[in-house]
Design a protein around this ligand. Sequence first.
Ligand SMILES: [Zn+2]
Length: 457
Amino acid sequence: MEELWGRHVALSELSEHARRQLKKEMIKSEQAVFLRGNHVHCRRCGSVTTAKVAHLPLSADAKPRYFCPACLIMGRMCTQTALFHLPSPVKSSPAPATSAPASVLSWQGRLTAAQMRVSRQLCENTVKPHLVWAVTGAGKTEMLFPLIDEVLSKGGRVAFVSPRVDVCREIAPRLKDAFEKVPQLLLHGGSEEKYRFTPLIVCTTHQLLRFKDAFELVIVDEVDAFPFAGDEMLAFGVKKAVKSAGRIVYLSATPSKEMLQQTKSGELALSLLPARFHRKPLPQPQFIWLNKWEAAIEKAKLPQRLQKRIKKLVENGPLLIFCPEIRHLEAVAHWIKRKLPDYKSAWVYSGDAKRKEKVAALRRGELEILITTTILERGVTFSGVSVLVLGANHRVFNTASLLQILGRVGRKVENLAGEVIFVHDGQTRAMTEVKGQVRYLNQKAGEEGLLDELSDV
Ligand SMILES: [Zn+2]
């Protein structure tokens, strides 16, 4: 019954073989959704909904039925659904201390002294959930290898999860290389692989709802990203999926104020890595005032000085222009085509079928300017890139978002020419916070001896 170990699923989510076994072994189930007073509770996702909202049409037997609207996207759970779960078998008593379990790590790379320090802190903390705050480009995945190795080599199970599918897709092959001999599974809404028991799983935070008491270690990457940030259901999923004595590690380059508050109150342990792998400081953003930028975009009348600036940036490397809304993209693209016809430019948005091709074209130098929404704020690396945020004081650009955008610049040591420019018509708190945070992180990194030279910005 390996298929059910640590899982929390309905009959319809199991293989034919597992279903037959369930019947044979008379495995008990629990009701997925139940009514208490005027509220409907869901055991899969922990949500509570008012009965009025969660009511289903009467069935033939005229019994009232309810469903959970919160986790509907993962398949409907209702009062008639049975949820199955089997605890993972407990490992036999631990081996005597003299024989340390053999490492399963095949990665040959080396951690820097700073990464090693964080890695050690992670291995030593067996009590509290742990936040790793590492600047963009710090090499945070590698820092986790010793902890993952420790858990796997003792026979434990590990889940590496992220709210973003593209992060999961990117991380899965890296973990496969680092732990060559460990069976691994990649799970997300559109994944083709069928579920099977593996010691190592990479999945979206949504997929964790289908687990219960399954993992000795759950690592949540990009905790500040949509849709995980502020989502109680997904936070519940993480806690349900980890075993009671298991560990949770949260990773972020831009942790929320709430999380940092929890590190101060002692609920969360904190490791800070303020410097990038290549020991250069984070770039400071430059602010450029543009009166009524939105009207200027709509009328395609951006000032000449901005045109000159863009020209200068593109001469140094690729340029990403971030706009607050999809409707701005086309107008900016037209303006660039008209004013700077010598440069190869394109625009891209979340639903763009050619999104991947356009990103690849910028990387190969076939495009020089890519105009985009916040979809490219994370997870993309271009050598020598500059970023220009048009309308940086728009509400979509919060502190985390601006810091992520800034984090695209100066990631490759062979080309650190990129600049960060925020075009605005009224400085927001987020913009000020970004400046403050960059200053803080660079200063911290300098104090800890993690930079080759101090920033002069
Ligand atoms: Zn639910």
